[in-house]
Design a protein around this ligand. Structure first.
Ligand code: BG6
Length: 519
């Protein structure tokens, strides 16, 4: 066995230890007619089935109001799969076997009779595991979460202490629109289910590269010892998107970049990058550390918000050589809207490890590239020996975790330019997922659905986590206090954001390092 094969074997053994088994169960999707079911959930479950990761026996029930039969719903899903499956063409034989487990339950979420019908359908499967092990996926408006949970409970399908089997609820974002509404939603849900039965999704946690942040930090001794204020100058987290708000204007007017992206995805990435090592790999141990980290983020008062947080909104520009309209011209957007399509934050983490280290977070729509990166910028060398050859500012070392696309990790350091002159310039060491592991690209939802079926909550957001993240966002919104955007906060579509975003870093002598379109 080669050294590499041996390593492979060792690692896979280790990762299999402690993984929870998947039991036969039924997955019930509420709001099954919605876009998410056809675009993400069914393709994810189908791929789990293809990869032999689904339980030996399972059923999927779509619950929605429209009139459909099992057959017509299956046909609809098959058509969508042609478009949304990550492997093409769809294997019709495999689909046929998978689809035989898919059923439809027509019903109104507010009507008791519909839940009785659902229970009848589950009873009809004639297998106690398919009747009692239940995963309820609430792809509905958050305002319906409480009602669905209550109705399920009344129908005897959701118990805090089930006598047989297990019951879990999976919910989607937006999980509230501020701390008070998130608290109210949590209270609603936990009337009929224990916190341990509630699985709140942040699809970023389903991404391989986001999961790799903990592996990378805590399975390598060379990096973790640099991961602190002694060595790190600052950290930049960028989640940029080329997409415009497009058809989502109605939602976006209510949300904005801070609620849509920062409250969840960016703060999740930040907490994984900055948290302390957990005491074990148990879900609660990891989530305890993430909450601790979120609680150590310095709260900003109005004056600090003005100094440390930048909003932006795109106006008409050019994307990929084509004209792109401004946000205010998007459908369902107010012509004088002040909603932010870009947000940049300078945060401080008041703990022993990170005291004094700025964390810059930014996200935006209509930026030049869709890419997510964490860049750890190390401190410069104390004395620049090579100043004569390369100017007073030798490029500091940096480690970039490229989360998507072209997933990988790069270490930037300085090297001698070959030749007789003393030339120094930055060079890169590059690990690429594709070249190392091949194109293994499961969708985030595959992993998340599998974990929810297995009952492992590590990749889901705990109640106190979501509430703490909202408190951070609420203090920023309070600082904005309805103030209109200034001229320095607008940016042309296709550029890297407003001038105010550049100025935010310039105050401390820093500059944004924009993600590059890497191959
Ligand atoms: C969603 C946001 O949660 O994440 C969208 O609502 C955003 O506005 C999307 O486009 C980004 O996800 P990804 O996986 O494409 O980076």
């Amino acid at each position: 066995m080669s050294e590499l094969e041996h390593l492979d074997e060792l690692m896979s053994c280790r990762l299999d230890v402690g993984r929870k088994a998947v039991m036969p169960c039924s997955v019930v999707i509420f709001g099954a007619s919605g876009d998410l079911t056809a675009r993400k959930l069914i393709p994810a479950l189908y791929h789990l089935f293809l990869d032999k990761q689904m339980p030996a026996s399972f059923r999927i029930i779509g619950f929605a109001r429209r009139e459909k039969t099992d057959e017509s719903w299956r046909a609809e899903l098959r058509e969508a799969l042609g478009q949304f499956s990550r492997t093409k063409p769809v294997d019709d034989d495999a689909w046929g076997k998978f689809a035989a487990n898919i059923h439809y339950c027509r019903g109104d979420m507010t009507e008791t009779a519909a839940y009785e019908k659902l229970r009848g359908q589950l009873d009809g499967f004639g297998d106690p595991a398919l009747r009692n092990n239940l995963l309820f996926y609430l792809a509905t408006q958050p305002s319906q979460f409480g009602e669905v949970a209550e109705q399920l409970h009344q129908a005897g399908l959701l118990e805090k202490e089930p006598k047989q089997g297990w019951q879990r609820i999976v919910v989607e974002k937006p999980f509230g629109h501020d701390a008070a509404s998130a608290l109210a939603l949590n209270n609603e849900l936990t009337r009929f289910a224990h916190e341990q039965q509630v699985f709140r999704i942040d699809h970023y946690l389903g991404k391989e590269t986001v999961q790799n942040i903990l592996m990378f930090r805590f399975s390598n001794s060379i990096f973790e010892r640099l991961w602190n204020r002694e060595s790190v100058d600052h950290i930049q987290i960028t989640v940029s998107e080329k997409n415009s708000v497009g058809g989502r204007g109605g939602y976006y007017e209510e949300a904005g970049a801070l609620r849509d992206m920062v409250q969840n995805h960016l703060l999740q990435v930040l907490s994984l990058v900055a948290m302390e090592p957990p005491v074990s790999l148990e879900a609660e141990a990891i989530r305890d550390e993430k909450v601790k980290l979120l609680k150590s983020i310095r709260t900003l008062d109005a004056a600090e918000v003005a100094k440390n947080v930048v909003r932006g909104q795109y106006f008409a520009g050019v994307m990929d050589g084509k004209p792109q309209g401004g946000y205010r011209q998007e459908p369902k957007v107010q012509p004088d809207s002040n909603v932010e399509t870009y947000a940049a934050l300078k945060l401080f983490i008041d703990n022993w490890r990170w005291s004094g280290v700025p964390f810059y977070l930014r996200t935006g729509k209509c930026l030049p590239l869709s890419a997510s990166e964490v860049r750890v910028q190390f401190r410069p060398t104390p004395h620049v020996l090579f100043a004569a050859a390369c100017g007073p500012k030798l490029d500091p070392n940096a480690l970039t975790l490229r989360l998507q696309p072209n997933e990988g990790i790069y270490l930037r350091f300085n090297g001698k330019v070959p030749g007789t002159a003393v030339g120094v310039r930055p060079v890169r060491m590059h690990f690429s997922y594709d070249s190392e592991f091949g194109a293994y690209t499961p969708e985030a939802y595959e992993r998340l659905l599998l974990e929810a079926i297995a009952g492992d909550a590590t990749l889901f957001i705990r109640r106190d986590e979501v509430e703490t993240a909202w408190q951070i966002v609420d203090s920023i919104r309070a600082g904005w206090n309805g103030r209109p955007l200034s001229n320095r906060e607008f940016y042309a579509a296709g550029t890297w954001g407003p001038i105010a975003g550049e100025e935010l870093l310039a105050q401390s002598g820093h500059v944004w390092r924009d993600p590059q379109p890497l191959k």
